[in-house]
Design a binder for this molecule. Sequence first.
Ligand SMILES: [Zn+2]
Length: 78
Amino acid sequence: MATYAYRCPDCGTFDQSRPMGEAPECVACPRCAASSPRQWTPPLLARMNPALRTALAREEASRDAPEVVTRASGTTRR
Ligand SMILES: [Zn+2]
């Protein structure tokens, strides 16, 4: 289930949980039953550019668990 935001022209915004990808463009307001269009919400992380998502994850991880180089690359351990 995913939460989608809608805006009633009289009552304001409200959320509705629906199966992912099955959100209609308009739903009835739970208070006054007026037709309420779906609102724009920030995109899910899964839809983010993969390179950007990887970079952000690496940046976040570096705060607590930085990647540490233990030996020079291209050499074998003896
Ligand atoms: Zn309403």
